[in-house]
Design a protein. Structure first.
Length: 236
């Protein structure tokens, strides 16, 4: 039987590379847990300033536009907080500075559950391989969560040690748990469609893709709409 996770009391922290990633990856889950009363935070690591095919777009202007879109999406999902590391798009490096920043946010917000991308998911059929920033932040986050955040001698200036109980990795090829997002699939679709800079059309295609993907996961989980994750138990 597929395991379905219930409501989460929080705090929850979702860590992703680009402004639209949290909404696309786990927006239904974040909205559901926010509705249930959990404190839900999102940390976006780059400013998304290269996310366009148009050479005439000014990267700084695009980054400002994407921050506005992300703020709109956060309001749709009912997030408690949305935070930015401000790295240039495509230039995340899994180095000590990035891990220190992640550890700092984990120790400040002290989440029970942390969500992020599964960095081991590289090839999705013949049409897509995972973005470098997604892979980099996925591995950096895992190393930041365990052992770094939980041991005081790692990054001693980043606050008192904290061990989140669970990591949930989205965009995984090997989901082990699911969240029923039937009640929040509309919020997820609405949040994704806030990222207007990322669509050639009015976002209708993206809304449809979001629903189809969640339906597919729903079939595996035995509900109408779901989001699937690889779960890691980190202790507590
Ligand atoms: Zn992305």
């Amino acid at each position: 039987m597929p395991e379905l996770l219930g409501d989460e009391s929080g705090p929850v922290l979702a860590v992703y590379a680009h402004p639209d990633d949290p909404d696309v990856s786990c927006g239904g889950t974040l909205a559901r847990w926010a509705r249930a009363g959990a404190e839900v935070h999102v940390l976006i690591c780059t400013d998304g300033d290269k996310g366009t095919t148009d050479p005439g777009v000014d990267p700084g202007e695009l980054a400002r536009r994407r921050a506005v879109e992300a703020a709109e999406a956060a309001a749709v999902l009912g997030l408690t907080g949305q935070h930015f590391l401000g790295y240039p798009d495509g230039e995340l490096e899994d180095d000590s500075a990035l891990r220190a920043a992640l550890v700092g946010w984990v120790r400040t917000l002290r989440p029970r559950v942390v969500l992020g991308p599964d960095p081991t998911a590289v090839f999705f059929g013949e049409d897509y391989f995972n973005h470098r920033d997604h892979r980099v932040i996925g591995f950096a986050l895992l190393d930041a969560l365990s052992p770094a955040a939980s041991l005081p001698h790692y990054f001693p200036d980043a606050g008192p040690a904290h061990q989140p109980e669970t990591a949930l990795l989205s965009g995984t090829l090997e989901p082990t748990v699911w969240v029923d997002v039937t009640d929040t699939i509309d919020d997820k679709a609405a949040a994704v469609s806030c990222h207007r800079s990322q669509f050639a059309d009015d976002g209708e295609w993206a809304r449809r893709a979001v629903c189809e993907r969640a339906q597919e996961d729903g079939r595996r989980a035995g509900v109408a709409f779901a989001e699937g994750f690889r779960r890691l138990r980190l202790g507590g």
